[in-house]
Write a protein that binds this ligand. Structure first.
Ligand SMILES: *Cc1c(COP(=O)(O)O)cnc(C)c1O
Length: 458
C-alpha cells in the first residue's frame, strides 16, 4: 500500500526532496555566465526526456537531474544579457529568490480574509506606482498574470461602466461596442476585443507613429456613440513609441469615455526623470497597466493593473457564488474582485520584497541605464554604414536594418548568433520590411556586447 501521507509529512525523504530542489535553485540563482541555451525539437526531447511520469515515481534526484541537464538547457535564458528579442526579463536576485518564498508560504492572494499581509504588501507597491503615475489617492489595483489579462480586465471594467451609465440615463445601448486604439497598439487589445466581441477602431498615427488626440476625435466624431474605451500605448512593444497620452486622454475625457493606458513595457520609464515628460497625461487614466516582469525586474509573471476608481472594477469583476458570499459580502479589499480571475498567486510579492530591499532609487537607475544604453548603441548604428536606424529610440528598444539584407539573411544570421551562444536577436518587421531589434532590459547588457553583435553584421 502506498502511504497517503508520504509526500506531505516531514520525513527524511521529503526533507531531502526540499534540499535537492533548493540546492538547485540556489545554484541556478547564483550562476554567473548562465548559457543562453536553445530550443530542441519535440523528437530530440522525446528521445532523451520522456518516461518521467511513472506509477512509482523516479525520485527527486533523478527528476532534478533530468531538469538540470536536459530540460533546462532546452529553455532559452530570458535574463541572459544577450537575450535582446521580444521583451527580455531581468529579475533582481532579491525578486527571483523571494518568488520561492511565495511558493513555500502557500498564500491565497485573492482575498483580504486569507492573505491580508500579502495583499497589504502588494498594495504598498501598487500605491507607490499609482502616485508615481499621478493617479489620485483612491486609486488601486491588483497584480495579474500579464499585460494581456490586465488589458482585458481593464476593458471589461470600462464596458461595464459604459453600459451602466447608459442604462442609468435610459440611453440606448450601441448595437456593437467599440474600443479605439492606434495601429501600434499591442496585439492583446485586439485579442481582448475578440474575447469581448467588440469592434476595434484604429485611429491614425502621426509621422512619428504616435497616436494623438485629434485622430481620436476624428474616430469619435464618427462612432463615438459606440465607444466604451480609448487606449493609448505608453511605449509600443515593437518600436518603443509613446503616444501623445495627454491629448488622447483629453479627447476621451471630452466625450466622457474611459481612458486606458497600456504601459506594459514602457510605463516603467515614467519612473525616470529623463523620460518622465514623455508620459504627460498618464494622470488622466481611468486604468493602466505596467508589467513588472518586463522593465521592473520581477520574475514572470506579473502585471500591475491600476484603476482610478477601483469600485468600478469591483462592480464588473466580482464573482458571485454561494461559497464565496462569506468573502464578497464584506467591505474588504479583495484582489480577485478587480480582474478576470479568482484564485491568484501573490505575484506582486517578489517585486515588493526587491523594492523594499533595494529602494526605489536603484530601480530608477537600472531603468535609466537601459535608456542610456539604447541611445548609445543608436549612435553607434548611425556611425556604421552597413546599418541604419528605422526609428529614433525613445525608450530602450532600438530598431534598425542591415542594408541590402532580405528576411532570409536576417534569419540565417540570427540562427548563427544563437547557435554560437552569443546572443538571441530575432528578426522583427516594420511596415512589411524585415528589421532587427534590440530590446534592452537587463542592466547586465553592455555596450561591448551590442557592438560585438553589430560587428557580426558587417
Ligand atoms: C508585452 C505587452 C503586452 C502583453 O503583456 P503580457 O504580459 O505579455 O501579457 C501588452 N501591451 C504591451 C504594450 C506590451 O508590451
Amino acid at each position: 500500500m502506498t502511504d497517503a501521507r508520504a509526500m506531505h509529512a516531514i520525513t527524511p525523504d521529503t526533507t531531502g526532496t526540499v534540499d535537492v530542489v533548493l540546492d538547485y535553485a540556489r545554484r541556478r540563482a547564483l550562476w554567473e555566465d548562465v548559457p543562453l541555451d536553445e530550443p530542441k525539437t519535440p523528437d530530440e526531447l522525446a528521445a532523451v526526456a520522456s518516461g518521467s511520469i511513472t506509477d512509482e515515481g523516479i525520485g527527486a534526484q533523478r527528476a532534478i537531474d533530468l531538469f538540470e541537464h536536459v530540460l533546462a538547457p532546452a529553455c532559452i535564458t530570458t535574463d541572459h544579457p544577450g537575450y535582446l528579442s521580444f521583451i527580455p526579463s531581468a529579475p533582481t536576485k532579491a525578486a527571483l529568490s523571494f518568488d520561492l518564498v511565495v511558493s513555500a508560504s502557500s498564500i491565497y492572494g485573492g482575498s483580504w480574509l486569507e492573505g491580508s499581509g500579502a495583499v497589504f504588501a502588494e498594495n504598498e507597491v501598487l500605491h507607490w506606482l499609482a502616485s508615481e503615475f499621478g493617479l489620485p489617492a483612491g486609486a488601486g489595483g491588483v497584480f495579474v498574470q500579464g499585460g494581456t489579462i490586465g488589458n482585458l480586465s481593464a476593458l471589461v471594467a470600462a464596458r461595464h461602466d459604459a453600459r451602466r451609465a447608459r442604462e442609468a440615463s435610459d440611453e440606448p445601448l450601441p448595437s456593437r461596442w467599440a474600443v479605439v486604439c492606434s495601429s501600434g497598439a499591442h496585439s492583446s487589445i485586439a485579442s481582448a476585443a475578440a474575447v469581448m466581441d467588440v469592434d476595434v477602431l484604429t485611429a491614425e498615427t502621426d509621422a512619428e507613429g504616435r497616436l494623438r488626440g485629434d485622430a481620436v476625435r476624428a474616430v469619435l466624431a464618427e462612432r463615438g456613440q459606440d465607444v466604451f474605451a480609448v487606449v493609448a500605448t505608453g511605449g509600443t512593444t515593437n518600436l518603443g513609441i509613446v503616444d501623445d497620452i495627454a491629448s488622447v486622454g483629453e479627447a476621451a475625457r471630452a466625450h466622457g469615455i474611459w481612458f486606458h493606458v497600456d504601459g506594459a513595457y514602457g510605463l516603467a520609464a515614467m519612473l525616470v526623470e529623463r523620460t518622465r515628460p514623455l508620459f504627460r497625461g498618464v494622470e488622466l487614466a481611468d486604468s493602466l497597466v505596467v508589467d513588472p516582469h518586463k522593465w521592473l525586474f520581477a520574475p514572470f509573471d506579473a502585471c500591475a493593473l491600476i484603476y482610478r476608481e477601483p469600485a468600478k472594477a469591483r462592480a464588473a469583476h466580482t464573482q458571485k457564488a454561494e461559497y464565496l458570499d462569506h468573502l464578497t459580502d464584506k467591505p474588504d479589499w479583495n484582489p480577485s474582485d478587480l480582474a478576470v480571475q479568482l484564485t491568484r498567486r501573490s505575484r506582486g510579492l517578489p517585486l515588493w520584497f526587491s523594492l523594499a530591499t533595494h529602494g526605489t532609487a536603484h530601480y530608477r537607475a537600472a531603468i535609466d541605464a537601459g535608456i542610456v544604453l539604447a541611445a548609445d548603441i543608436a549612435d553607434e548604428i548611425r556611425r556604421r554604414p552597413e546599418v541604419s536606424l528605422v526609428h529614433e529610440p525613445q525608450l530602450s528598444v532600438v530598431v534598425f536594418r542591415r542594408e541590402g539584407w532580405a528576411l532570409a539573411d536576417y534569419q540565417a544570421w540570427s540562427d548563427r548568433l544563437l547557435a554560437e551562444q552569443h546572443a538571441f536577436v530575432v528578426p522583427s518587421s516594420h511596415n512589411g520590411e524585415p528589421v532587427l531589434r534590440f530590446a534592452i532590459i537587463s542592466p547586465m547588457t553592455t555596450i561591448e556586447l551590442l557592438r560585438d553583435i553589430l560587428d557580426s553584421l558587417v
